[in-house]
Design a binder for this molecule. Sequence first.
Ligand code: ZN
Length: 87
Amino acid sequence: MEVAGMTLSCQELVELVTEYLEGSMEPATRARFEQHLLVCDGCGLYLAQMRRTLRATGTLRERDVAPDSLDVLRQAFRSWKLRAARG
Ligand SMILES: [Zn+2]
């Protein structure tokens, strides 16, 4: 249940999550943001997911998959070819 002016709606929270994680949020808004997290599991999970994304990519705006996974594939393929050549 939302109390107008007191807590954020889920949609508002989603829109503000970047600001929250970047630490650029107004203290008053931040308090409302954190109040919503206390009562909403869904948004808590969303925040955790966004935090992981931020840690993995260094930014929330770049959604691209890191090219590292391609290198891993290439390396796996190379060692497979070496084994095949030896065998
Ligand atoms: Zn919510």
